[in-house]
Ligand binder design. Structure first.
Ligand code: SAM
Length: 275
């Protein structure tokens, strides 16, 4: 890094991992093989990338910081199964790139130590790309990992948990202390493993409507479902909403955090006439 005159850039969330034990634990968690393609977001100086290259068919890495490109090209020069893309992952359509894998038929896993300032936008960008990624094994701020993996009736449970768990089974694999990074961030991290479900967890009449109702149920967390629905559809809709909720056996006085994903499916289907 010194030879390339590299300076850490806080604005890109650059906290590099060099602990070999953690790097091999991340790779083991991803259960890679020579029959798996990998996408890495933010390779940094390539410490995780090297492990991924050794253990997978091919790695395609997206790095926003152009000053890291010559370092990566040097450190990973010996690998023929490496493709580096100098780009902001949020500004590109990944569908345009994945066809460039030498064997695009292989399952794709995303393995990355994500920049913390945009973890959620990156995850949503990946999910919304509709690419059937087999699995994500990603490091993020522990608090965000807890929110994604959270179950109903907990403080961490909310729209992010549901947006991800609808498509993926999410589990915190292990915790990583802040001290193993250079420079050390202000928070601890966690490796979150998300495995794509064969089909979404629930079947709903209208997916966009399901997400809209779910999001509006959480707008005022401390308020009841009825209050949040009234805020969304207006006071005059109250008697109709009450009728629909009761007919579907959903209590108007419940709070969103007590509703499971199947409950939200039932709720959004019950309110479909309000669309
Ligand atoms: N993988 C390396 C490691 O584990 O040491 C670096 C991880 S560091 C937490 C995050 C990396 O993501 C940095 O290399 C940063 O430059 C890169 N990055 C930040 N925002 C990005 C974006 N929008 N698109 C692609 N890469 C990004």
């Amino acid at each position: 890094m010194r030879r390339h005159d590299f300076n850490f850039k806080k604005k890109f969330g650059q906290n590099f991992l060099t602990d070999q034990n953690i790097l091999s634990k991340i790779t083991a968690t991803a259960e890679l093989s020579k029959e798996v393609n990998v996408i890495e977001i933010g390779p940094g100086i390539g410490s995780l990338t090297q492990y991924l290259l050794e253990n997978s068919a091919e790695v395609m890495a997206f790095e926003i910081d152009k000053t890291l490109i010559p370092i990566l090209e040097e450190t990973l020069a010996d690998y023929e199964n490496f493709q580096l893309v100098a780009a902001d992952v949020l500004k590109i359509d990944l569908n345009d790139y994945i066809k460039n894998f030498k064997n695009p038929e292989l399952p794709i896993k995303v393995v990355a130590n994500l920049p913390y300032y945009i973890t959620t936008p990156i995850l949503m960008h990946l999910i919304e790309s509709k690419i059937p990624f087999a699995e994500f094994v990603v490091m993020m701020q522990k608090e965000v990992a807890d929110r994604i993996a959270a179950q109903p009736n907990s403080k961490a449970y909310g729209s992010l948990s549901i947006a991800v768990q609808y498509y993926m089974d999410a589990q915190v694999a292990f915790i990583v202390p802040r001290t193993v990074f250079i420079p050390a961030p202000n928070v601890d991290s966690a490796i979150l493993r998300m495995v794509r479900r064969e089909k979404p967890l629930v079947e709903v009449q209208d997916e966009d409507w399901f997400f809209k109702i779910m999001h509006s149920s959480f707008v005022h967390r401390r308020k009841t479902l009825m209050n949040n629905m009234q805020a969304e559809f207006g006071k005059e809709a109250k008697p109709e909403i009450e009728k629909l909720l009761l007919a579907a056996d959903i209590s108007p006085s419940i709070r969103a955090e007590a509703l499971s994903i199947p409950d939200f499916a039932k709720l959004s289907d019950a309110l479909i006439s309000l669309k």
